[in-house]
Each structure stands twice: as structure tokens, then as C-alpha cells.
Design a protein. Structure first.
Lengths: 421, 186, 322
């Protein structure tokens, strides 16, 4: 009976039931079948009201919606043409690098898509990339930069596993750059194939373009500087960004009316926040069930029985983590899964630092894999695109990410080159 | 139906203003809090210290407002029918089958959200029983009232889309039936 | 009753106790915990089974408490955060600069156990035993030798802890309240330069690379306890309940002494990492710390705990009560 209801909900979820309802339904049914009071799902829901980090989501989202309004994308495109006009795909590279920094700061990947997507997507389209390519790029851009300091998932991994956080950051530099580089090369190749910019555009002078875009192009710099110098935390930086963007839009460029335009932008951006955060709440509720029933542990035992060699372990780990990335958010996944795999990794002779790097790379990719991937949902919600279209758009980039994951997993020296002194 | 839609838009108007007020509050208090702290650390202003002490409820308030904004936002998204979904059938179906399918999903959505309303009320009742308090001694159940509240509105909106889907199916059948005179249609 | 015995002879009922803690899996504390619970399972022939959720996978202490209330969990290790919601008056033991030796800690915990057991029972919990977190010390980038040194520090504090709030206020500091996960970044960027933690915790959280000094005077002694929900306790047959609580009674003292030893060893590790240990202040400097204790203790009495409880504690420790 319960199994039948579960299957029904899963099928409905694939065929049009709002995802958060599907997740809540599975969580409640699972808990019920375990003899647990299903009202406990609200303990998880109310975590939304007590996680300081989450404040960054509404604030960065609002700032992102403000940036998407008016001429910001045009100004940023002009500047990137001035600098990278000679390089086909220059703007795409700029977008990828910016997104990587932003994820490092905000820690959770989804925020990047929300905050920068509104700026980058129209800019890329204006730069003559196809809509689909641009959508794919912006979607997966949320997965880049997770290895760079002060990324919170790295710190949490170090805390849970006991691996040196410093070593993890040092080790993450080369793999992080590798992922970034592969995506950039892909974007440049595509740009070359489509002859973007080089032929069609007049040359843009650097100085006027810089002067025009300076206010906005400085934002990632301000945020980075504020955090790295210890003036603010990442969450607090989001409030500063909102105030700064408001000033730039209202006072400097006078392209936002406080009377008529501000309220709709607030409401629209918070609808987006609501759509995402109920999914987050529901996935926390689902995690409660999975933990209660020791599901990750059982899955791992299953794998353990099948695997005998280090190579086999790494392959199984990749598959397992992508599966985990489908169901849990990155912070829950670290808390729940890391203690399980640490002893196994030791048994198979995997270096703990290498494990950390590939673990995070893996989870970051899990965000972009259909059917369940938070980045995909966020992009679908943010840009009002059907999820199937987002799947298709992300696919080529996903292949690039898988190549980088393959390299990081099976060539440990990529991670360990900077650590083994 | 007509009344339901009126009630729905009245709620939506209130929700929009709540979002504006709450979001502004979140930004303002976070911004002030950080500024005061920067003043305190770098300039050692006594005034900043006093103000910070009196504002120590502001951070928990802001965190609570994240919950409110999220759930009100989710309720408004339901109204626009823009919840995130893996709609594998959406691009395939068209016409009457599509209406029937949206009837099915709306019905299932209504059922699950009603279940969530009931469960969340049960949860809040246990919070009342344990007399849990938030910052400034606010009872927890008041702070968390937005969860059942928003879920009720979400249910209402799924109910409306269920009725709309029914209407549409009725119309489809109606239009295809030649015996009915078009004049009586509204 | 005869029928009960008969059914239990055929198929002894299994009592599943779900236990949660924020203590990390793999720590000595957890290893010890697993040994105890395994012993209980073996001795009762599997009639009592523990399911363990370590490392915070079931949530922080407040979420664990809520899950116990809703019956999802039955047993947990709590410290100040959880006590604040269950039985705030236990936190009298967490007052800053209160205990002067482990002997004092043990004496106070032993003598007050009946009192607190009864009060926990009124709140729906059985106090299986104390399970201390240990001495908490102040670690800083610049040396903190005397009370006055705090004023110049950028101190981190838990948000929402009334004792920490009152203590820092008495020390003349407005602390920077951040979630624990943000502290590593905050230390490395210089947003904070002073933290407090047990030495083992400092190592586990990896804050040690960012601090240079540790003051050997314990900032506070953090008390913890193993609590079982009364609802579960009442369902257990009496002899099983007695057996479980005596098992925990027996092994917790071993656990405590092991933990203390480990914290001492952790201090040695910190020394090897180049952290300078500032010796405990004496004479007038120590009196100033005691004055801070008195101010905090009197400010919070009547709010978190009664004055009579404080007086009783002072009596046990042989302090004057003025
Ligand atoms: Na990124
Ligand atoms: Na996925």
C-alpha cells in the first residue's frame, strides 16, 4: 500500500507534480512506514528559519534581479568586447570565471545561478550565443569554484572528516582551475565555430567601456575584498550588495524607479526564492527520512559488497555520489556521507585529501544531472524555461564536467601535486 | 468560483505587501548590524556597542523572516502556476488530454498540500504544548504561523486550478458537442 | 502478567532506542559510546537495540530535542545548548571561571545529581549520567593574560547563549556572533581573533592554525548529560531500565577520565603546533577573573537558576556566599 503510494508520487513527480510536493510526500510516507511521526518533517522545514547562511539566498537573489533590470548586461558585454574582442567566446570565459569566484564566496552553488544568471544570460545572448548554449553555461556555472577559498563546503568537509582544511584548499586549486579551464576551452571552441564577435562587431575602445561598466564590474571585487579582508561574512556581504546595487541603479544610472519598479522586482524575486526554498525544505525533510532509515549506509554496504579494488571503489564512489547529489543538498550530504566513506577510502588506499577534492567535484556535478538537480531547477525557475529544455541545454557542459571529474578521480596527482611537498 | 478568485486576489495583494515589508526589514537590519559592528571594531565607538546590544534580537528576526518570505513567495508562485516541476508530459500533451492531465496533477497537489496543512497544524500545536519561545519571548507557534498559513493558501490555489481544469474540460466537451446552442455560453 | 511472560519467552520484544549526538563519529567518545551500547545489546540478548546517529546527522541539539519530543528519537547527549531548552538551571554549572579543579567538578556533579535527576524527570527525561564536554579555554591571536586584555579582542561567541552574552558583557566585550561553521573563515580573515573551545574541539574544528595563545585558566567547564526520554523509560521493563542505567553509570566515569586525558593530550598537540600556553593567573589577576564570575553569577541568578541553587553549589565548593 505504502509502496504503491510511493511509486505513484514518484511517477506524478516526473510527469508534472510540483517537485516540492513530491519530495514532501515521499519523506512523509517514508517516515510513516518507519513508524515515525511524519510531523517531524516540519522540524526540518523550520531549519529555514534558523540557518544564518540561508539569508544569503533572498538577498543575493534580489540583488541579481536588480542587476538584470536595465543596462547592466549591455555595459558588461561592451567591456568584455573591449578586452576580449579578439578572443572568440571571451564573454563566456568572463562569465565562467566570475561565477567560479561567486560560488567560492557564497559557498552554496545555487546562489550563483540566481545572483549572476540575471546578468549573464542576457549578456551572453546579446553577444550572439544561442539561447540554449547560454542557458546551459549559466546553469552549470553554479558548479564551478566550489574548491576555492573560502568555500564553505570545503570547510565543512574538513571539519567532518578531520582532513586539514588548508590542505583541502591548496589541493583544490589545480582541480578547480582544471574544471574552469575545460569549460572555458569548450566555450572558446564553440565561439570559434560560431564566429562569435570576431567578424561581426566593431572594435570597442577600452577606456570608455571601462568607465561605463566600472560600477557594476566592481561588484564581485568588492564582495571578494570585503570577505577576504575580514570586514564581512559572505552572508553579510549580500546585504551590502543589495544596498550598493540599489544606489548604482537609482542614483548613478537612474534606470530604476523606486516608485513603480522596485516593488514588482521585490515580489518577483521573492517568488523565485519561495519556489527554491520550499524545494530545499522538502529535500531536508527527505534527508531526515533517509538518515532515519540509514539509507545512505545501506547503499554503501551494497556497493562495498561488490567492490574489491581501488579502481572499482572509485568508480562506485562516483556513481554513489552522483546518486546522493540527486537527493540531498551539499551540506547534508557532507554530514551524512563523509563519515561513512572515510574508513572505506582508507581501506582502499585513497588519499584523504584526494577524496575530499573528488567528493566535492562529484557533488557539484550532481547538481546538474537530471532528473533531480538543484541547479537545473533553479535555472528553470529563474529563467522561466521548461525543465526539459534546461536538461538539454546543460548536457554538453555536463559532458565537459564529467571529463574533468574523470581526470580528477583517476589522476590523484592533479589534487596532490600541491600538497605533497 | 468567482468568489474564490476574489478571495485569492485579496490574499495575494496582502502577501505582496508582506514580502515588500519583510524583505526591506531583512536588508535594513542586516545592513545596520554589519555597519555597527564595523564601527565598533575599527573605531571602538561606544554608541555602536550600546546599539548592538539593544539590537541583539535583529539577527534571529531576520532569520525568521527568511522563512516567512520563502513561504509567502511559494504561495504566490502557486498562484502563477510556476512551481518548479519535472514536466516530462507537458511538452508532449496538447488539447483535451493536457487539460485532463492538469486536472490529475492539480488534484494530487491539492491532496498533498491539504495533508501538509493538517500535519503542520499538528506540529504547531505541539509547539504550543511545549511553550517554545523565540527571541524577545515570542511564542514559537506565532513565529511559525506562516507555514500552515501559506500551505492553506497554496491549497486554495491548487483548488482553483483544479476547478479551472474542470471548467476547461467541460468547455472542450461543450464546444465539440453540436447540439448545444452557443448563445447560452458565457 | 503471566501472559506477558509467555509471549516474551516466545519472541522477546525488541526495544529500539535511537540515540543522537553532535559528537563526531570516530571520536574516542563515540567509540566508547558504541562499546557501551554494544555491551547492552549483547547482555540483553538483543532485547534492547541502539541505533546511533552521530556527528550531527540528526540535526543540532535543538533539533534533536524536538525529534525526541515527537518520538522520532529516544536518547541523546546534550550540552548547554540543549539544556537551555530542557532545564536551563543546569547551566549554573557552565558559569565562567567557576571550578578550580576536576575534583571540584566531580564533587559538584555527584552531589547535585539527585537534585537535577528529579528536575529532569519533571521535564520528561531520565538523567542516565553526566557526559561532560570538558574544560573550555580561551584561544587568541594576541595574548590574553588579564581581564583587561579582553577589551582589545575581537571575540567570537555563540549566538543566543545567555551565559556567554553576560560573560562578554562583564568582560567589556561586544562579541561577534557567528555560526560555528563560519568561524574558520572569520579567524583566517581576521574578522575574529579570539575564540573559546575545548582543546579537542579546537583541533577538530581546525581553528588551531589561526591562534597563537591559550590561557591555561579554564574559561568555563562545559557540562553535558546523557538523557533518555521518560516515555521510553516507562515502556522498558523495570529490570531492563535498571540494567541500562547501571551500565551507563559504570562506564561514564571511565569515559570522563579518558576525555580529560585526551583534552590534556590535545593541549600538548597545540603546544607542538606552536601555541603558547599562558600560565594560569595568580593573586590579584586571578581575583579579577573571580570578580567576573561573581558578576555573571549574580546577574543570571533568578533568571536562569535560582539563587538558592547557586548558594547550594557554592556550599558544595566551600565558597563564601556573601
Ligand atoms: Na560558480
Ligand atoms: Na542530480
Amino acid at each position: 500500500m505504502i509502496t504503491a503510494a510511493l511509486i505513484l508520487i514518484v511517477i506524478l513527480s516526473l510527469l508534472g507534480l510540483p517537485l516540492f510536493l513530491g519530495l514532501f510526500g515521499v519523506a512523509a510516507l517514508g517516515l510513516y512506514s518507519n513508524g515515525v511521526n511524519y510531523q517531524t518533517i516540519f522540524i526540518e522545514v523550520l531549519r529555514l528559519a534558523d540557518a544564518p547562511l540561508l539569508l544569503a539566498i533572498p538577498l543575493f537573489t534580489f540583488a541579481g534581479y536588480l542587476l538584470a533590470h536595465g543596462g547592466t548586461s549591455r555595459r558588461v558585454v561592451r567591456l568584455s568586447q573591449a578586452f576580449f574582442g579578439w578572443l572568440p567566446g571571451g564573454l563566456a570565459v568572463v562569465a565562467l570565471v566570475t561565477a567560479a569566484f561567486f560560488t567560492a564566496i557564497t559557498g552554496a552553488t545555487g546562489i550563483t545561478v540566481i545572483a549572476l544568471g540575471g546578468l549573464l544570460l542576457p549578456a551572453l545572448i546579446e553577444d550572439h550565443y544561442t539561447e540554449e548554449f547560454s542557458l546551459g553555461l549559466v546553469t552549470i556555472s553554479g558548479s564551478l569554484g566550489l574548491h576555492f577559498p573560502p568555500s564553505l563546503p570545503v570547510i565543512l568537509f574538513g571539519f567532518v572528516s578531520g582532513v586539514s582544511i588548508r590542505d583541502l584548499f591548496v589541493a583544490g586549486v589545480v582541480p578547480g582551475l582544471l574544471i574552469l579551464a575545460l569549460c572555458s576551452v569548450f566555450a572558446i571552441l564553440v565561439g570559434k565555430k560560431w564566429k562569435i564577435l570576431v567578424a561581426s562587431r566593431p572594435k570597442v575602445r577600452i577606456l570608455p567601456a571601462l568607465k561605463e561598466a566600472a560600477w557594476e564590474i566592481a561588484i564581485p571585487g568588492f564582495v571578494l575584498a570585503g570577505i577576504y579582508t575580514g570586514i564581512v561574512t559572505a552572508t553579510e556581504a549580500s546585504a551590502f550588495m543589495v544596498v550598493y546595487v540599489l544606489i548604482v541603479k537609482v542614483v548613478v544610472f537612474k534606470e530604476l524607479s523606486l516608485r513603480t519598479e522596485l516593488v514588482p522586482i521585490m515580489v518577483e524575486s521573492m517568488k523565485m526564492v519561495g519556489a527554491i526554498m520550499v524545494i530545499l525544505a522538502a529535500s531536508l525533510a527527505l534527508t531526515n527520512y533517509l538518515v532515519d532509515a540509514f539509507v545512505p549506509m545501506k547503499l554503501l554496504h551494497l556497493i562495498q559488497g561488490l567492490v574489491k579494488t581501488q579502481l572499482g571503489f572509485l568508480i562506485a564512489l562516483n556513481l554513489f555520489l552522483i546518486l546522493v547529489g540527486c537527493m540531498m543538498d551539499i551540506f547534508s550530504a557532507i554530514l551524512v556521507v563523509v563519515p561513512l566513506i572515510m574508513p572505506l577510502a582508507k581501506q582502499f588506499g585513497v588519499h584523504p585529501v584526494h577524496l575530499g577534492v573528488l567528493f566535492l567535484a562529484n557533488l557539484a556535478i550532481g547538481y546538474n544531472t537530471p532528473p533531480v538537480g538543484l541547479n537545473l531547477f533553479i535555472a528553470s525557475g529563474r529563467f522561466e524555461q521548461p525543465i526539459t529544455r534546461v536538461y538539454r541545454a546543460a548536457l554538453p557542459f555536463l559532458l565537459v564536467l564529467f571529463i574533468s571529474l574523470f581526470l580528477i578521480t583517476y589522476f590523484p596527482s592533479i589534487s596532490l601535486i600541491m600538497v605533497n611537498h | 468560483m468567482h468568489y474564490l478568485k476574489k478571495i485569492d486576489s485579496a490574499f495575494a495583494a496582502v502577501e505582496k505587501w508582506l514580502i515588500v515589508v519583510f524583505l526591506s526589514t531583512m536588508i535594513t537590519f542586516t545592513f545596520i548590524h554589519v555597519c555597527l559592528r564595523i564601527f565598533l571594531i575599527n573605531l571602538n565607538l561606544d554608541l555602536a556597542q550600546i546599539l548592538l546590544k539593544h539590537l541583539d534580537w535583529s539577527q534571529p528576526l531576520v532569520r525568521l523572516l527568511v522563512l516567512w518570505v520563502a513561504f509567502i513567495g511559494a504561495s504566490l508562485v502557486t498562484r502563477d502556476n510556476k512551481h518548479i516541476r519535472i514536466d516530462l508530459l507537458g511538452s508532449v500533451l496538447d488539447g483535451a488530454p493536457k487539460s485532463i492531465w492538469s486536472l490529475v496533477t492539480s488534484g494530487a497537489s491539492l491532496a498533498i498540500s491539504l495533508f501538509l496543512v493538517k500535519a503542520s497544524i499538528g506540529y504547531l500545536i505541539s509547539e504550543i504544548a511545549y511553550n517554545d519561545l523565540l527571541f524577545l519571548r515570542i511564542p514559537a507557534w506565532i513565529g511559525h504561523l506562516v507555514v500552515p498559513g501559506a500551505l492553506m493558501l497554496i491549497s486554495l490555489r491548487f483548488f482553483i486550478s483544479l476547478m479551472t481544469a474542470l471548467d476547461k474540460i467541460g468547455n472542450d466537451v461543450f464546444r465539440h458537442s453540436p447540439t448545444q446552442p452557443t448563445a447560452t455560453r458565457k | 502478567p503471566g501472559l506477558d511472560l509467555e509471549t516474551s519467552a516466545k519472541q522477546p520484544p525488541r526495544y529500539v532506542i535511537k540515540f543522537a549526538t553532535v559528537a563526531p563519529e570516530g571520536s574516542t567518545w563515540m567509540k566508547q559510546m558504541r562499546t557501551i551500547t554494544q555491551a547492552i545489546e549483547d547482555e540483553t540478548n538483543g532485547r534492547v537495540i541502539f541505533r546511533i546517529y552521530a556527528g550531527g546527522v540528526a540535526g543540532d541539539e535543538l533539533e534533536i530535542l524536538k525529534k525526541i519530543r515527537m518520538g522520532q528519537l529516544q536518547c541523546a547527549a546534550f550540552s548547554g545548548v540543549g539544556f537551555g531548552k530542557i532545564l536551563p538551571e543546569v547551566r549554573v554549572l557552565d558559569l565562567p571561571f567557576l571550578f578550580r579543579s576536576y575534583e571540584e567538578v566531580d564533587r559538584a556533579l555527584r552531589r547535585l545529581k539527585p537534585y537535577f535527576s528529579q528536575h529532569f524527570r519533571e521535564k520528561g527525561f531520565i538523567l542516565l549520567n553526566w557526559a561532560e564536554v570538558g574544560n573550555v579555554y580561551v584561544f587568541s591571536k594576541r595574548p590574553i593574560r588579564v581581564v583587561g586584555d579582553f577589551r582589545k579582542s575581537k571575540a567570537w561567541s555563540w549566538a543566543g547563549d545567555p551565559i556567554a552574552k553576560e560573560t562578554f558583557s562583564a568582560l567589556g566585550v561586544t562579541p561577534i556572533t557567528l555560526p560555528v561553521t563560519d568561524v574558520t573563515t572569520a579567524l583566517s580573515t581576521g574578522l575574529v581573533d579570539t575564540v573559546y573551545a575545548p582543546p579537542l574541539g579546537l583541533l577538530a574544528l581546525q581553528w588551531h592554525p589561526y591562534v597563537k595563545y591559550m590561557n591555561a585558566l579554564p574559561f568555563a567547564h562545559s557540562t553535558g548529560a546523557l538523557l533518555l526520554s521518560s516515555r521510553t523509560w516507562e515502556k522498558l521493563p523495570q529490570e531492563l531500565g535498571k540494567f541500562i542505567s547501571s551500565e551507563f553509570e559504570k562506564s561514564m566515569s571511565t569515559m570522563t577520565s579518558q576525555l580529560r586525558q585526551q583534552n590534556e593530550e590535545a593541549i600538548d598537540v597545540l603546544k607542538n603546533h606552536g601555541i603558547t600556553i599562558i600560565p594560569e593567573p595568580t593573586g590579584q589577576a586571578l581575583q579579577k577573573f573571580d570578580a567576573i564570575h561573581r558578576r555573571v553569577a549574580s546577574a543570571l541568578s533568578g533568571k536562569i537558576y535560582s539563587y538558592s541553587l547557586l548558594k547550594q553549589l557554592y556550599g558544595i565548593l566551600g565558597r563564601n556566599t556573601r
